[in-house]
Structures are given as C-alpha cells and as structure tokens.
Design a protein around this ligand. Structure first.
Ligand SMILES: Nc1nc2c(ncn2[C@@H]2O[C@H](COP(=O)(O)OP(=O)(O)OP(=O)(O)O)[C@@H](O)[C@H]2O)c(=O)[nH]1
Ligand SMILES: [Mg+2]
Length: 639
C-alpha cells in the first residue's frame, strides 16, 4: 500500500434494482469543488486543492441515503467535455456513461459547476443533460459569488436547462439540503418524461454551438459574473510578470524555508527533549533489562529520532497549504512553463511535479492529465527527483548536525535554510536535465500547447488547513507505527545476534560483530568512497522501504552501541561522519530512487517493468557518482 496517502478500500455495490437509487456520480469541470462536496457528503477526505487536475481516478464513498439504504457517491476527475482527451477524463466519461468495469452504472448525476465562471462551465451542462439521467445542477462557490457581487436567477436557469438547480457552497456546507431532496424525488417511481420537458440542446461535439448556447443561457438567466476579475488581474500582472514573477516566487520559497528552520527547529528540538524525557520516565517501569534495551534503546530511540521532525514538517505543510489553497501554486506552474518548454516537457507536467513535494506516488498518478503518452512517461520518470516529505527527516537531521547555524542579510538568509533550498533545487535541476535528455532522445514528441485555467484567488480556510495538517500528521504517525516500528525491532534483534556462549555464560556480541554489523561491513567497501561507514550502509539498505527509515535506523544502531547510547543522534553522527560524508549523503538521498511504493506505481502506470528498472538504475548511478564527487571535493577543500 502506498505509505504516503490513504486509499480507502471500497466494495462496489451490486447494480441497482429497477426504481432503486444506488449510485450517484459527481461530475463537473476541473476545480469546481466536486471533491469538497464529496467529502462533505460522505465524511471522507479526498485530496482537495485549488488547481485543476487534483482528482485523477474515480473514488467511491457511502452517503446517508434515501430510504433505508446508503447510496454510493462517486467522485470523478474534472472534465471540460464528454470527449475524453486524457486518461483521467476517459475515466470520468466511462463512469458517467456506465462503461467502467467494476463501477455500477449511475442512477443520478450531481453536476457541479463553479458559479464564478458559469458561462464557460455551462458548456459541460449540455452534453451531461443530454444523457437523460436525473441530474441536479449545483452552482458551487455561492459564498464567493455573494461576497463578490455576482448573481443569477436559478429558477430561470432551471427552466432553461430542464433540470433542478441549487446554489451551494461546498466548503461552508450551505444549500446542501437540495441534494437529499433531489435524491428523494429521484427514488420515486419514474414517470415518462413529457415531450415538452425535453431540451433543445446544442449538437454534441460542436464546441462553437455549445459555446453560443451557454452564452445565451447565461444571458437569459440574468447571470452577473462577480467583480473579482479586475483585482485578480492586477495581482496576476505582478505575480506572473516575466521578471517579478520568478523573483517573487524565489523570495516566497526562501521565506518559507527560513521560517521552517528559524521557528521550526527550536520546536523540533523541544519536541525531541520531550520524547527523550518520556523514555527516561518509562525506563523504571520496565522490569527486565533486555526489554528496556529493546523498547527504549532500540524501538523508542529509532521512532523518536524520526518523530522529532514532525513540528518542522507540519510547519512546511502549513505554508504549502496556504500557497496551494490561495491559488498561488497554480500560478507557479505558469511561471515554470518557460523552463518546462525549454527542456521539452509539457507545461501540464508542472502540477504533478509540484504535488510531489508530499509524495511521488499520487504525483505519478496525477500525470494522467497529460494527453501525450511520451510526455507522460518522461514526467513519470523524473517525478521521483522532486523532494518528497520522506526525505525531510534525513535532510533535517544532517543539516542540524553538520551545517552551522549562521545567517546573512540581516537574518533573511540562513545557511541551514539555504542548504535545504539547495537540496530542493538539486532535485528540480536533476529532474529538468533528465527530462531534457529523455525528450531529446527516446521520448521525442511534438510540442503540445499548455492551457491552464487559472483558479480564483481564495482565502484559505482554517478548517481546510487544519484538516491538511491532521492528515499529514496521521500519515507520519502511521508510518512510525508500522514500517519504522517493524524495522527498528528487526534491527535491534539483528544487532544482538548471534548470542555467544563463553566461560562467563551467554553474551551478546559487540555491535560491529553482530549480524547487522557483519552485513554492514560486507557492503562497506562499496560505499566507503562516498564517505559512508557500515552503519550508513545499513541505513541505505533499510531506507529502500521508505526513506525516513534511514533516520530511525541510525537512532536504533547508535542506541544499541554502548559507546554512543547516551549521546543525542546529531552528536553521535559526528563519530562516524565528516562534513563531506554528510553532504554526500544528502545528495545521495536527493537523487536515489529508494522507494518501493514509487517503483510499484511506476510499473502500474507505465504497464511495464522496463521503465521502473531504467529509472532505478539511472537514479542510483547518478546518486552514487554525485555523492562520490561531493565527498571528494569537500574533503579536498578541507571545509
Ligand atoms: N470559497 C469556496 N471554495 C470552494 C468551495 N468549494 C470548493 N472550494 C475550493 O475550490 C478548490 C477546488 O476544490 P476541489 O474540491 O479540489 O475541486 P474538484 O472539482 O474536485 O477539482 P478536480 O479534482 O481538480 O477536478 C479548493 O481550493 C476548495 O477549497 C466553495 O463552496 N467555496
Ligand atoms: Mg477533485
């Protein structure tokens, strides 16, 4: 299972009996608020973000239903039309038309439209309504529509469309009574539709006539678009400016990293002290010495060495949440489009690349929005270079241990924050260079234009930010309680075997002589040129399960060694590593694949082992060579 995001198991129900309402689909253009509504109605937590292309596959959930039975609500990827142009759009259209194996045919449709862009969004209403399924049209974002002075006559619109219409706000939960009301009516035995209720809808597939029709409908229904356009245009003129745009983006990024270190580091240190104190308090309560050693020096040391970074990681995700919800990150995609085009990548690739800051697995799935297969594979191959959250504990530990806490420009540029930014940049540059190599050789294709509907600027809500942080903390803690827990226990056992019988009785071996020590020494010659000793080698092997396991492995190994047991991890690392080795290790982590979940999803999405094998080998060679160079250069410079 993907460790970085939740995929709730869901059993698809049987097909509906005649007259019974079982399956309702949510369809609408991208970024209209479908997943927000889906989360409201089902109590689930699908990813929601302020840019198009967030949902890329169908998601099902149960909703308190009509009558006795719960009904299945299906959230779909956003589409602009029912002519599928990319893989995610194909999923949406197939589910809507009842052609998706394993997903029941829909009995009713909730068509979600963003009321701020109604004229454009109505273009989807024509083909959806033409399917003839009972449809409720939901004009979402009514809160913004109201506060920004927009209006529409919903009754007139309902008459024009021949379908019920309701204004809602999915984030605030207003107007949602319309949904059960509509579903109740749908559940009644259906009467044949009267001829005069049938719509005169534009010819399907003819964009010009659909556009004309949508414009006519919005005129006839007195649609008045909100007044926000002028102020957001002014803001866009600055944020998307050829020179100021990228400069401002850089300032924002530096500012975020600076805060993550200047405020986050003391928080993490304090949290680390607390976790250490918990171990001290608990020790006398554990009766047996070997059990104390297993639970506290092995497991707790390992787990808490990763947990320590939770405050810094949450702080970083809080800032990213604000940037994402406000609509600024989508602008970053436009700023980056020039770079993307230079390396031959489609501008659409930037959104998946950007979302890889959390985890490469959903980011690789998000490449489904890219229509051209060669562009898509190139994006999949370079996505794992982007810095995911699993790398953060490794970076944060090594930076705190080896990079001095100096600052420049009156405190605006801190050396630690700059090192972190450098690592993010290293990942991005590696991704772009590799993309250029791929796009000029095995994955050549013609250029496709990049069109991105810029989302509205919005004030992020406290609720959405709090939910994001809660989800992130949950994922982090679940990882600590499963993979990290299992690895630390296994390592502790291997660090105490084989038990030897001597004249004094049964004794456990020295760490270097234990099974884990022997394995480490076996691989040491291969990694010694990078400045890594055998303990780091063990960490490199165990971190293939998940990158953050590197940190817990160090915690457990140093905890099992009487020479370093009493030291904190940062100090203990200085026993085994120079600055050259530490920087080499960071670069190794920036470039190496080391993630089984990513490899599995690459195989699934490309339908071949060829691509993940190529990706793994390429990234490993690049990581090894770069770490070798960094270690030798830093050592030669005597830094
Ligand atoms: N102010 C306001 N914002 C909303 C409302 N509904 C959704 N949003 C915001 O709109 C953005 C898009 O919401 P999503 O639910 O991800 O939209 P979606 O239609 O699922 O998008 P895709 O999956 O990309 O097709 C998010 O930032 C939401 O917080 C609403 O009623 N009012
Ligand atoms: Mg969605």
């Amino acid at each position: 299972m993907n460790p970085c995001c939740e995929t709730p198991a869901f059993e698809a129900p049987k097909t509906s009996a005649p007259g019974q309402l079982r399956t309702v689909v949510l369809i609408g253009p991208p970024n209209a608020g479908k997943s927000t509504l889906f989360n409201r109605l089902t109590g689930l937590r699908q990813k929601v973000a302020n840019y198009p292309g967030v949902t890329v596959e169908q998601r099902m959930g149960l909703m308190a239903g009509v009558g006795r039975d719960d009904l299945t609500l299906v959230d779909l990827p956003g589409v602009y039309s029912l002519t599928p142009y990319s893989e995610d759009a194909r999923v949406a259209v197939d589910v809507l038309k009842g052609k998706m194996p394993g997903t029941p045919k829909p009995d009713a449709v909730l068509l979600v439209l963003d009321s701020l862009h109604l004229t454009r969004q109505l273009m989807l209403a024509a083909p959806v309504l033409s399917l003839g399924l009972p449809t409720l049209v939901l004009l979402n974002m009514s809160d913004l529509m109201e506060s920004r002075g927009g209006s529409i006559d919903t009754l007139k619109l309902a008459r024009e469309l021949g379908a019920p219409v309701a204004q809602i706000s999915a984030t605030h939960g207003t107007g949602l009574d319309a949904v059960p009301l509509f579903l109740n009516q749908c559940a009644l035995p259906r009467t044949a539709q009267k001829a005069d209720q049938l719509l005169t809808l534009p010819v399907l597939g003819n964009a010009a006539s659909t556009h004309k029709w949508a414009a006519q409908v919005s005129r006839k229904t007195d649609y008045k678009a909100p007044l926000s356009a002028e102020s957001s245009r002014k803001l866009d003129n600055i944020l998307l400016h050829r020179i100021w745009g990228p400069l401002l983006f850089l300032v924002v990024v530096i500012g975020v990293f600076e805060v993550v270190f200047s405020i986050g580091q003391p928080l993490s240190d304090g949290f680390g002290d607390l976790l250490g104190d918990i171990g001290t308090w608990v020790r006398p309560l554990i009766p047996l010495t070997w059990l104390q050693s297993l639970l506290l020096d092995g497991v707790w040391k390992g787990i808490s060495s990763v947990l320590v970074f939770l405050p810094q990681i949450l702080l970083l995700f809080l800032f990213i949440g604000v940037l994402e919800d406000s609509g600024y990150l989508a602008r970053a995609a436009l700023i980056a489009d020039r770079v993307m085009r230079t390396v031959g990548l489609n501008g659409k690739a930037f959104i998946p690349l950007l979302s890889a800051y959390a985890c490469a697995v959903p980011a690789i799935m998000a490449t489904r929005t890219i229509e051209n297969r060669r562009d898509r594979i190139a994006t999949i191959l370079v996505t794992p270079f982007m810095t995911c959250s699993a790398r953060l504990p490794v970076y944060m530990l090594l930076i705190a241990a080896f990079v001095p806490n100096r600052s420049y420009l009156h405190g605006f540029l801190g050396l630690r924050a700059m090192t972190m930014l450098g690592l993010y940049l290293a990942g991005f540059v590696a991704a772009m260079t590799t993309a250029h190599l791929l796009k000029s050789s095995i994955l050549k294709s013609s250029e496709t234009p990049f069109i991105l509907e810029l989302p509205q600027y919005r004030r992020p809500t406290l609720r959405s930010l709090a939910l994001r942080l809660l989800d992130r903390a949950r994922i982090f803690l679940r990882q600590a309680g499963t993979v990290i827990l299992a690895v630390t226990m296994a390592l502790w056992v291997l660090a105490h075997l084989p038990i030897i019988h001597t004249a004094q009785g049964w004794t456990i071996p020295e760490l270097a002589e234990s099974l884990v020590g022997r394995l480490g020494h076996f691989i040491e010659p291969v990694i010694a040129p990078l400045g890594f000793n055998w303990k780091i080698g063990i960490g490199l092997i165990s971190s293939v399960l998940a990158r953050e396991v590197m940190v817990s492995t160090m915690g457990t190994l140093y905890g099992a060694d009487p020479g370093t047991q009493a030291l904190n991890l940062q100090t203990a690392l200085h026993h085994d590593m120079t600055l050259g080795g530490a920087l080499a290790l960071m670069i190794f982590f920036a470039f190496a694949m080391q993630c089984t979940s990513t490899m599995a999803v690459v195989r699934r999405e490309t339908n071949s082992w060829k691509w993940p094998a190529l990706q793994f080998s390429y990234m490993l060679v690049l990581a090894y060579v770069s770490a070798f160079v960094v270690n030798h250069v830093v050592t030669a410079l005597n830094l």
